[in-house]
Every structure is written in structure tokens, then in C-alpha cells.
Design a protein around this ligand. Structure first.
Ligand SMILES: *[C@@H]1O[C@H](CO)[C@@H](O)[C@H](O)[C@H]1NC(C)=O
Length: 492
């Protein structure tokens, strides 16, 4: 009975909509997880959002669009609360000009949209040309989510705390990657709460917060004396609620935007967290958005990150050949994003053209500040070429454009341009010593006088036993050649 009523009601509504001038029965039902966007709402819902979106431009009559619908809705469910999965009906009169202006020439066309580098800059729109499966879409979109998550280590933890007096949240995890879920939370709380992640191998801080299982999220709210530990599921809605104790997430779409009501319920469906069915796979901090899995032409893989020990092992020893290194803060933004994007593009270009020139790596500038200062350099982000074997380095200087950086790399390939020698003894164990010891020393001496932090420092001093330092990633490089200086830091 009820089903019948519901069914006939649905038919009636569809007929009604079809009959109404200007209303169109698009591919997606009202309750679809796909966010339905029009020429009018696109700006507020997509272009101005801090979140990443994928937008399908379709026509209801198009066969490939109909074929895509189930996978697209599945992707939307997976990405609920994490990224926006939207659709524009280009057959509707109100949207035709808009679809044309977006360069749509065939249906369906899928484009990812994410915020530009700087505040107020245009969003970055890229065509998605991967497979039209839910997984390929989820992976590609997850990969496009801007990363505002800081990575903290034992060494830079105090510095992270001392950054400012905003609340901070740290996810302790066994994973080396940052999940789309955590990235989305960092975007929700941009400029409100600093979101960070720390690996289980960071023995001092995991001990300090008494972390017993992974993942565990800890909230440091300056207004409460104790760290708050989250013990719910790793899902968007409850996490958002937990973090909201320390500050309100940015409203998205912005509160003043009142465009939507008579449109198709645009705001909350895909973005704001609904506790319900958001899928475990997408919301678990998982390894899923791994670039390497994807066909190369779809998404430009991010640069490989080198930890301090690897930096020596791969690029700063007496046998290492030329490496291109992007020294950037672990929480990228602005210029450092630009650096990474450009290098990722060039690395990708080289690898697809099969002339593997030099390896390109991302390096945390704060954790390796000593390398930079040893070379007499300063700055928040920079590109260096280094060659340990030949004992030279060069810094990229000039305007940051892909073409310029490419020309610079070509000049290195051709042995042109001025190079500088590393200070004597730096390459090899010198580099290892410098980078391993640096940040700890600086962090300790930089600790400001706020009570919380002093307190932290004391605890660190008391609790850490020497053997917790047996970090496998550092073994071999640092412990192979212990110096007095290193030993001092082992105790820290
Ligand atoms: C985007 O982030 C900024 C903080 O960087 C915030 O002020 C703004 O409200 C956010 N906008 C939206 C639409 O969430």
C-alpha cells in the first residue's frame, strides 16, 4: 500500500516537475547524494568553497551520463563530508551558457575544482579523464584535496605548540599518509583549529599523550587545561562535533549566501556531515588515495617526501647524484604549494616522457632547517638542486613558474649555471649530524615562556628514556657515526 502510494506520488511529482516551466527532471533525484548545482549556485557552492569538488556536466538524455549515474552516486556517498560531488544539468536553459563557459563540449564532462593557492585567487579547475568508476573518482578527488594538515614529530612538536594560541588537534596514527578525512577536517577548521598528525614512531609525544591505540585524536584547547581525547569512530560527523568544542567550523557555503532554497537543496547534502551512512572506507584514515595506484595520465602524483634520515641516504652522501629538493613546511600553503605543484608537474612530465632525469623530493624545511642554514640560506620555501658526489648545490631563484623552473632544471642537466660547494665535511655524516641535531636544539632554545609549554618541556625531559630513540628510520645514518652532539640529543 504505502509503496504504491509513494511510487505513484513520485510519478506525479516527476510529471509535475516536467510540466513546470524552468523546472527540469535531471538525472539525479532530490535525495541523491550528488549535489545539484546550477549556473546560479555554482559560485557559492563550488567555486567559493574551501573544499574540493568534482562537477559532472551532463545532459539527461545522454547514454553515457545515465551509465555513470550509479557510480557517481556511489562516489558521492563515499566522499560525503570529505569533498563535494556535484552535477550540472547542461540541458536546462538556465545552465546552457554556463556549461559553455566552462568549456564543456561533450557529455558527461567531469571537472575537479579546488581552491587556488592564495586567498581570493581563482579556483583550480582540471578535467577528470580517469575511469568512470566510483573508486577512480574517489581516489582522484581525494588526491586533489588541499593539505592543511601539519606533520608533527618529536623534534618539532614544541614549535608546533608555540606557533600561536589557537586550539590544536593531533591525530596519532600508524599511517604515513594523510587521510582525505583529516584533510577535510583541516579545511573545515581553517584558521580556527590547527590540525596535525603524528606517527606512532614519534616516541616522545606518543608517550607524552599516553597514546595506547591508533588512530587517536587529541584536542588541545587553550581553554581547558587537560588535552581532550576523542574516543569515537573515525567518521566525519562525530569528529566535527568533537572538534567544535574548541571552535566553530567555517560555514560552507558562507552564511550570507541565501541563494539556494528553491533550488535543489544544495548545501548540506554532500558537504555537511550527516551522521548516517558515510562509508567506512572513505572516512577511515586510510591509505586509499595513493597516487601510485592510479594511471599516470589521470592525476599528477605528489612528490615523494624524504624524512631527515632519507635525505642523507638518498641525496646528501658522497655517492648520491643530483636530486631536486623542494624544501617546504609540512603544512603547505601559498608559495610552498606552488613549489610542490610545479615540481610534481615537471617530475610527472619527465616520467611520462620517459626521460628520468633527477629524482624530485619534498623535504620538510622545518625539520631540516640546519641544512638550509649551513648553506647560508633563509626562507619559508625553496627549491635546491644538490649533488653529493660532486659536492655542489644550487638554489632556484626567480619567479616561480613552471617554465622558469623547467629551464633551470635544463640548465643543471646541461651543466650550466653557478654551483656552490658544500662546506667541508658536510656531505655524508656532516649532513646527517646537522639535520638530526638541529631542530631539537632550536626547539628547546626557542620555547617561549608560556606555562603550558614549559610544562610540556619538563615532561618531555623527565619521561623520555634513551632507548625510545631507537627510531628505525634513523638507524644506520645517525647511530652509525655517533658524535658527542648527537648523544646529547638522544637524551633530550
Ligand atoms: C575558507 O577559509 C577561511 C579561512 O582561511 C574562512 O575564513 C572562510 O570562511 C572559509 N570559507 C568557507 C566557504 O568555508
Amino acid at each position: 500500500m504505502q509503496n504504491l502510494n509513494a511510487a505513484s506520488l513520485a510519478v506525479a511529482v516527476t510529471a509535475l516537475l516536467a510540466a513546470l516551466p524552468g523546472a527540469q527532471a535531471g538525472l539525479y533525484a532530490k535525495n541523491s547524494p550528488v549535489l545539484q548545482v546550477t549556473a546560479k549556485t555554482y559560485d557559492q557552492l563550488i567555486a567559493k568553497s574551501n573544499h574540493t569538488s568534482i562537477v559532472e556536466f551532463y545532459a539527461p538524455w545522454c547514454g553515457h551520463c545515465k551509465n555513470l549515474q550509479p557510480a557517481y552516486e556511489k562516489a558521492a556517498k563515499h566522499l560525503e563530508g570529505i569533498a563535494k560531488v556535484a552535477a550540472v544539468d547542461c540541458d536546462a536553459d538556465e545552465n546552457k551558457a554556463f556549461c559553455g563557459s566552462m568549456g564543456v563540449q561533450g557529455f558527461p564532462t567531469l571537472k575537479t575544482v579546488r581552491p587556488g593557492k592564495n586567498k581570493g585567487s581563482k579556483p583550480i579547475v582540471e578535467e577528470f579523464q580517469g575511469q568512470r568508476t566510483a573508486k577512480a573518482i574517489v581516489d582522484a578527488v581525494s588526491d586533489k584535496i588541499n593539505n592543511h594538515v601539519t606533520r608533527v614529530t618529536d623534534k618539532d612538536f614544541l614549535r608546533f605548540l608555540a606557533k600561536d594560541d589557537k586550539p590544536k588537534a593531533i591525530l596519532f596514527t600508524e599511517k604515513g599518509t594523510t587521510s582525505a578525512l583529516l584533510k577535510s577536517l583541516a579545511i573545515d577548521f581553517l584558521d580556527v583549529i590547527h590540525i596535525a598528525q603524528a606517527r606512532n614512531k614519534e616516541a616522545e609525544i606518543t608517550e607524552k599523550f599516553n597514546i595506547k591505540k591508533y588512530p587517536t585524536l587529541v584536542l588541545l584547547n587553550p581553554e581547558s587545561s587537560e588535552p581532550l581525547v576523542y574516543d569515537g569512530e573515525m567518521k566525519k560527523a562525530p569528529l566535527l562535533k568533537f572538534l567544535s568544542q574548541a571552535g566553530q567550523p567555517n560555514p560552507d557555503p558562507p552564511v550570507k549566501a541565501k541563494k539556494a532554497p528553491k533550488d535543489k537543496k544544495p548545501s548540506s547534502s554532500s558537504k555537511e556531515a550527516k551522521p548516517s551512512e558515510s562509508s567506512a572506507e572513505a572516512t577511515e584514515p586510510s591509505e586509499s588515495p595513493v597516487a601510485a595506484e592510479k594511471p599516470a595520465e589521470v592525476v599528477i602524483p605528489p612528490l615523494e617526501t624524504l624524512e631527515t634520515a632519507q635525505l642523507t641516504a638518498k641525496c646528501l652522501n658522497t655517492k648520491s647524484k643530483t636530486c631536486i629538493l623542494a624544501f617546504v613546511p609540512s603544512a603547505h600553503s601559498g608559495a610552498s604549494d606552488e613549489v610542490l605543484d610545479i615540481l610534481a608537474k615537471l617530475a610527472h612530465k619527465h616520467s611520462t616522457q620517459n626521460h628520468k632525469l633527477f629524482p624530485f623530493y619534498e623535504v620538510d624545511i622545518d625539520a631540516n632547517r640546519d641544512v638550509i642554514t649551513t648553506l647560508g640560506l633563509q626562507g619559508a620555501a625553496m627549491i635546491l638542486a644538490v649533488n653529493g658526489k660532486r659536492n655542489w648545490w644550487r638554489q632556484y631563484e626567480g619567479e616561480l613558474t613552471t617554465a622558469n623552473v623547467e629551464a633551470w632544471i635544463d640548465s643543471i642537466r646541461l651543466n650550466e649555471g653557478k654551483r656552490y660547494n658544500f662546506p667541508e665535511g658536510f656531505i655524508g655524516e656532516g649532513a646527517a649530524a646537522a639535520s638530526s641535531s638541529s631542530t631539537a636544539t632550536e626547539a628547546a632554545s626557542e620555547v617561549p615562556t608560556e606555562t603550558v609549554i614549559v610544562h610540556m618541556e619538563e615532561e618531555v625531559d623527565v619521561q623520555i628514556e634513551p632507548e625510545t630513540d631507537a627510531d628505525p628510520s634513523l638507524a644506520g645514518t645517525i647511530h652509525a657515526q655517533p658524535t658527542a652532539e648527537e648523544n646529547a640529543h638522544d637524551e633530550l
